[in-house]
Design a protein around this ligand. Structure first.
Ligand code: FES
Length: 109
């Protein structure tokens, strides 16, 4: 059984960008890769910090990777794997996204 949480403006998200969404005490990143929306817990496997803070974006300068702005780890938007940085080989935790009546939802267990 999942709890559904609406992702506002998900359909308007551009490739190379990331949205933050907060549900209770948890923070999530929504990104788009090759036209597909993907969601991850916003928690870097290096030191369990949010990838971004205040107004910084959780993507690199070119929008090719999700980026932790604490120590520079880069993550593939496709599967959340860390490709370089202090947690190389680590992984962002993926979260399921569902669609219903044209809206996107985080589906949380
Ligand atoms: S906390 Fe993310 S790279 Fe160090």
């Amino acid at each position: 059984m999942f709890n559904k949480h609406l992702i506002p403006d998900a359909q308007n998200l551009s490739e190379g960008k990331a949205l933050n969404i907060k549900v209770a005490d948890y923070d999530f990143l929504i990104t788009k890769y090759e036209g597909k929306l993907l969601a991850y817990e916003n928690l870097c496997p290096h030191q369990n910090k949010q990838l971004n803070w205040s107004s910084t974006e959780a993507v690199d300068e070119d929008g090719d990777y999700l980026k932790c702005h604490h120590h520079g780890a880069l993550f593939s938007p496709r599967d959340g794997s860390c490709i370089t940085g202090p947690c190389q080989g680590g992984q962002l935790k993926k979260v399921t996204i569902g669609m219903e009546k044209g809206n996107c939802y985080l589906l949380l267990a």
